[in-house]
Design a protein around this ligand. Structure first.
Ligand code: SAH
Length: 248
């Protein structure tokens, strides 16, 4: 995603361009080291609050997966409601900041069968975050999930990795899983701070063969943060993805 540059104009040069090819794991690890994490929100995500009932579908205490989780506050918010959270994040700094900032004590241990990966677990056992490349993760490691909150995961991935990613996500969906996919659609063509937008057709290509896809919301609201970025228009979309086999 974006990194902050020197700012003198209102809309120009606030961000360096990061082409998809630049968005390597090293890029992300360095961004966390430098705390260039403009994507992080200091509050629970509005769209999650709004559509949580759609994910829960009347269920209580479900297992919720957070791919590419960063240090999203949403994880603590859902754990406090009795749900069990599993996240995957490549940056150890992000994971440690999450537990420290949320005042949660935690343990850290290696993961059998995942070289280089560590599992960070809150003392109450409600939140488990794997420090790992998402592509090294599978249902063999932590089972399948009843719900998924996926914000800002597709965009950072190279197009060639997105098929791999959607296949992986589908294997992580338990029967009855309700997957909320939140994507940003930047409509200002010359804006260079965000990776390419995700068109609806791509979401259908990625998930449509196995899943039903429903657009829950397409919001054109500019937040203060996006105005700061110099954006004039910004669309955030939430899709509900469910397994076709659930409806047959
Ligand atoms: N979902 C989070 C963060 C989105 S930004 C939020 O809502 O705040 C993407 C995050 O994914 C970053 O924290 C980055 O460090 C992490 N990341 C990028 N590529 C990854 C990969 N291949 N495996 C695991 N984590 C990755």
């Amino acid at each position: 995603m974006a990194t902050e540059g020197d700012v003198d104009g209102k809309t120009s040069n606030r961000f360096e361009r990061k082409k998809p090819a630049d968005l390597t794991l090293e890029h992300w690890i360095t961004s966390w080291e430098k705390q260039q994490i403009q994507f992080h929100l200091d509050e629970v995500h509005e769209m999650l609050k709004k559509h949580l009932n759609v994910m829960l579908n009347g269920r209580k205490q479900i297992r919720i997966f957070f791919p590419l989780c960063g240090k999203a506050l949403d994880m603590k918010w859902l754990a406090d409601q009795g749900h069990t959270i599993v996240g995957v994040e490549i940056s150890e700094i992000a994971i440690k900041q999450f537990f420290t900032e949320q005042n949660l004590s935690y343990s850290q241990e290696p993961v059998p069968g995942m070289p280089g990966a560590d599992l960070f677990k809150s003392s109450d056992g409600r939140i488990s975050l794997f420090k790992s490349n998402i592509f090294d993760f599978s249902s063999l490691i932590a089972g399948q999930f009843d719900g998924i909150w996926d914000r800002g995961s597709l965009q950072p991935l190279n197009s060639s990795d997105r098929q791999h990613y959607s296949k992986l996500m589908i294997t992580l969906m338990a029967k009855g899983c309700r997957y909320l996919l939140d994507t940003l659609v930047c409509t200002k063509d010359d804006f260079t701070g965000l990776p390419p937008k995700i068109p609806e057709s791509e979401i259908r290509d990625l998930f449509g063969h196995t899943c039903n896809i429903q657009l829950l919301e397409s919001s054109h609201t500019l937040s203060g943060k996006q105005k700061y970025w110099g954006l004039e228009s910004f669309i955030e979309e939430v899709h509900l993805i469910t397994l076709k086999t659930d409806s047959s």
